[in-house]
Design a protein around this ligand. Structure first.
Ligand SMILES: Cc1cc2nc3c(=O)[nH]c(=O)nc-3n(C[C@H](O)[C@H](O)[C@H](O)COP(=O)(O)OP(=O)(O)OC[C@H]3O[C@@H](n4cnc5c(N)ncnc54)[C@H](O)[C@@H]3O)c2cc1C
Length: 368
């Protein structure tokens, strides 16, 4: 048995765990990150690449607005492969009812300080001429953007290693060790990491780790979300576009379109791609951007998302176990906010309180 001592053990090499490692490293805190497979192998490396502030639960808004600032910093520090760009985000409306809802959403966001704006059909067509003219309106956030999920976590992992954090890949955490109400570390196969603080950032697999620490987990429902990818094309679509009943689409730097649609519950973590994605997402995408209709689909992929009952994450210190933190349940939209979550957790561990107000995202809301 290899025994390692550190100050903080982070479980999970997704965007949340790696960002936590990044900001702990910046503060000079000895940290070991355990990833059961390879960094970015799950949702953080398989997502739609949207780095969006608009259309969020207001409880997440500060995280999203801080998140995009950190993304800009990552774009300077990490290799260009992460392809972070502020291309803008368009949320589309087809009916008068949807337009009313968009206007109300924009009002709330503007009150919060986010510069999202309403575009009527004429303005929308000027901004994005290849969209279906039947789209009546959109809300537009110019500072939203996109990034390449395939490269973000591996690049961030390299950076975090360079900053002095040890990352143990292919090292599954089997148990969070607790004694007398205080966290003691993490046990893996053949490795025991002793630490005064443990952060569980293991996505849909978080409940089992909380249970191993003797903590009643909050509800997380795993879902599967699928994407398909077309052949590359000349630039047709600058913005990340979406409609909740249809799909979301972005054109990546090399010209491929990435088209995805909503998550559905999954059994036994089966992530095989299915025809429903090709028929639904493909059909919807051709409707939103008619020029996509005859493009060749070259591949697809899928990933798991972790849903809480109110579709917002739990980011908290576990009250009954000193030194234990959790950040999970990102409900299909944690890529943008992951870096700000990591910074808040690092601040919380080092200074005893997070740098943003996270009270409304606590575990208490799921405890009676
Ligand atoms: C198809 C798809 C499209 C999406 N699109 C977007 C989008 O456009 N914008 C957006 O903001 N979000 C999007 N998301 C959601 C986003 O990807 C996730 O919310 C985010 O990546 C969650 O990050 P995480 O670090 O919490 O979890 P994960 O990325 O799931 O990372 C958790 C890590 O923990 C590891 N792990 C699990 N158990 C253990 C263990 N016992 N020991 C050690 N390691 C363990 C896993 O292997 C994994 O690497 C999408 C997700 C999918 C699947």
């Amino acid at each position: 048995m290899l025994r390692i001592n550190t100050d903080v053990a982070v479980i999970g090499g997704g965007i949340v765990g790696l960002s936590t490692g990044y900001f702990l490293a910046e503060k000079g805190v000895r940290t070991i990150l355990l990833e059961r497979n390879l960094c970015g192998c799950e949702g953080s490396g398989r997502n739609g690449g949207g780095v969006r502030q608009q259309n969020r639960d207001l409880r997440e808004m500060a995280l999203a607005m801080e998140g995009v600032k950190i993304w800009a910093r990552f774009a300077e520090e990490l290799p260009p492969e992460i392809e972070y760009r502020r291309t803008g985000n368009l949320k589309l409306a087809f009916t008068e009812k949807e337009i009313d809802a968009l206007k109300e959403k924009i009002r709330r966001e503007n009150n919060f300080g986010l510069a999202s704006e309403f575009l009527d059909s004429q303005q929308l067509r000027e901004l994005s001429p290849n969209l279906n003219p039947k789209i009546l309106a959109a809300s537009y956030c110019a500072t939203d953007g996109q990034s390449n999920p395939l490269h973000v976590c591996p690049c961030l992992a390299n950076r975090v290693r360079d900053m002095g954090i040890e990352i143990l890949e292919r090292t599954p955490a089997r148990e969070v060790l607790v004694s007398s109400g205080k966290v003691k570390g993490v046990a893996s196969d053949g490795v025991q990491v002793s630490a005064d603080h443990v952060v569980i950032a293991s996505g849909p697999w978080t409940p089992e780790l909380l249970r191993s620490a003797g903590v009643e987990p909050f509800p997380i429902e795993p879902k599967i979300s699928q994407l398909l990818v077309t052949e590359p094309a000349l630039p047709l679509l600058k913005h990340f576009i979406s409609h909740p009943d249809y799909c979301y689409i972005r054109q990546a730097v090399n010209g491929n379109f990435h088209i995805g649609y909503h998550s559905r519950p999954v059994k036994d973590f089966d992530r095989r791609s299915t025809m429903e994605c090709f028929s639904h997402a493909g059909g919807f995408a051709s409707y939103l951007v008619p020029k996509l209709s005859y493009m060749t689909v070259i591949r697809g992929w899928s990933g798991f998302t972790d849903w809480t009952p109110d579709s917002a994450p739990v980011i908290d210190r576990i009250p009954e176990v000193e030194g234990l933190f959790v950040a999970a349940g990102f409900s299909g939209h944690g890529f943008c906010i992951g870096p700000a979550v990591g910074r808040s957790l690092a601040e919380w561990i080092v200074n005893g309180t997070p740098d943003l107000e996270l009270g409304s995202l606590g575990i208490a809301r799921f405890r009676s």
